[in-house]
Design a protein around this ligand. Structure first.
Ligand SMILES: *Cc1c(COP(=O)(O)O)cnc(C)c1O
Length: 473
């Protein structure tokens, strides 16, 4: 060992590496500084490994070092947000951006982003106008509301409504509805932020109208209903329907606020999903304000929609927080486009991706599963790919415990655990996410776009080959 030359001394210099492919080719199009950084980082790592006594093949060869530095460069320059093929079957996957948007909505966002638009200008009069005009009338038409406005999400809608209507006052909520939606959205805490005081009534399973009535004082600012979006209370249970709360609110002159959560604009019972309130029904029952998300069952961009009495909407829009919570031009444009699609329900079923998924006949999902399975089976390195009838969840904190039928492909790769296979697919570009069950990777046809199928097969082919090339690891 001691008579061998010190490998640290024979390390190529940065300039040597810059002169050989693929680095010298990258220099033509990529920033030199970033390439030098990648080479230096690669050299630093090699030095460290040599000091630990490891054998490093790149250490004395500029070409190999350039190869490693180029890989490091590409990794460092890659965007953090990547396309994902959602093969989980979960239609609204919060970690995957909830609802994919309709083509028309995506195009509207693109146009709003890349050109100028009349965001706050009335083109008739040439005077300044409100950006909320982009969505106000459409929300009113679709829900029957007198007026409407929109903010960044339903959490923001809740905060600004409670502030504008109930700041410094008490808001009465049932103990069965003190929900946590996830990611630190808890009704008691939201209440704290808004400056309203929470007045809990009833018990977890039973709350009666008399509980609300008995809690009303001269300092009561609102009666709040919160939909149990992500859980169900079943068994011995009783809650107060919005109609009854409205009667009480009217008698005592107190506004009723209904957070319906998911914002279904059409009845999801058509696909067998029950218990999801419609904004239109709540407003018809007399709720003063109804709040819901734009990117859950509505299938649009992230937004919080507020619909109801004009008087309250005006108060909300005058609140100083509106400036912080207002939607940007791209979201407004895509929300408007999404809402306009709903003016024609048949069109909504065709064009809103999450509705289209649920509308897909089971026989179509089956045919696609059979086709995908046979394509995957023919890949070298695949042990099995079996089509199978299964069930999916809507997810995204909506419709808990309710499933819908689907078709899946169950994949096993030769010499590769289900976990290793799913890890490699997750790191692919586009990333592929499935479910794991009984040592198999489950690919759910419900949420895989038909146009993504060939990319999915390519991804599988790629990650299995990389295993064979890399040997056992
Ligand atoms: C999802 C949900 C929220 C939060 O909505 P975001 O748009 O995610 O901020 C609030 N309330 C209910 C009832 C919900 O279901």
């Amino acid at each position: 060992m001691n008579d061998r030359p010190n490998p640290l001394r024979s390390l190529p210099a940065v300039n040597d590496v810059l002169a050989v492919p693929p680095i010298c080719d990258l220099l033509a199009t990529q920033p030199r500084e970033r390439l030098v950084e990648a080479i230096r980082a690669e050299l630093a790592e090699i030095r460290e490994r040599l000091r630990r006594g490891e054998t490093v093949v790149e250490a004395s060869r500029a070409e190999l070092l350039a190869q490693a530095a180029a890989t490091r460069f590409h990794q460092a320059m890659a965007p953090h947000l990547r396309r994902v093929i959602n093969a989980t079957g979960i239609v609204l996957h919060t970690n995957l951006g909830r609802a994919p948007m309709a083509e028309a909505a995506a195009q509207a966002a693109h146009a709003a982003a890349s050109e100028y638009l009349n965001l706050e200008l009335d083109l008739e009069t040439g005077k300044r106008s409100s950006r909320q005009n982009a969505v106000r009338d459409w929300i009113c038409q679709l829900t029957g509301a007198e007026s409407a406005t929109a903010v960044n999400n339903n959490a923001a809608a809740t905060v600004i409504v409670l502030r504008a209507l109930c700041q410094g006052k008490e808001v009465i909520v049932s103990r069965g509805q003190l929900v946590e939606i996830g990611g630190s959205f808890r009704i008691p805490e939201i209440m704290g932020v808004s400056g309203a005081t929470l007045r809990e009534v009833g018990t977890t399973n039973i709350t009666r109208l008399s509980d609300y009535a008995n809690a009303i004082t001269p300092n009561t600012g609102g009666l709040l209903l919160v939909h149990c979006s992500n859980y169900r209370i079943s068994g011995f249970t009783e809650s107060v329907p919005v109609e009854d709360l409205v009667t009480l609110g009217r008698e005592r002159g107190i506004p009723v606020i209904d957070d319906v959560g998911s914002g279904a604009l059409i009845d999801w019972a058509r696909w067998g999903f029950t218990g999801e309130p419609l904004a239109r029904s709540s407003l018809a029952a007399g709720a003063d304000l109804v709040l819901f998300s734009g990117d859950k069952l509505l299938g649009g961009p992230q937004a919080g929609l507020i619909a109801g009495k004009k008087e309250w909407i005006q108060k909300v829009e005058k609140d100083p927080l509106m400036r912080a919570f207002r939607l940007d031009k791209m979201t407004l444009a895509s929300l408007e486009a999404t809402l306009r699609i709903y003016l024609d329900e048949e069109r909504a079923l065709r064009e809103i991706p999450i509705l289209r998924m649920l509308e897909t006949p089971l026989t179509t999902l089956e045919a696609r599963a059979l086709r995908l399975a046979s394509q995957i089976t023919s890949l070298p390195g695949i042990a099995s790919a079996e089509p199978r009838a299964d069930v999916s969840y809507v997810g995204g904190g909506s419709l808990p415990d309710q499933t819908c039928p689907t078709w899946t492909v169950e994949v096993q790769a030769r010499g590769l655990s289900d976990e290793e296979l799913s890890y490699r697919l997750r790191r692919n570009n586009p990333a592929v996410l499935g479910r794991l069950r009984d040592g198999k990777l489950i690919l759910d046809m419900l949420t895989i776009f038909e146009a993504q199928e060939s990319a999915l097969v390519d991804a599988l082919a790629g990650v299995i080959t990389s295993q064979e090339a890399g040997g056992s690891s």
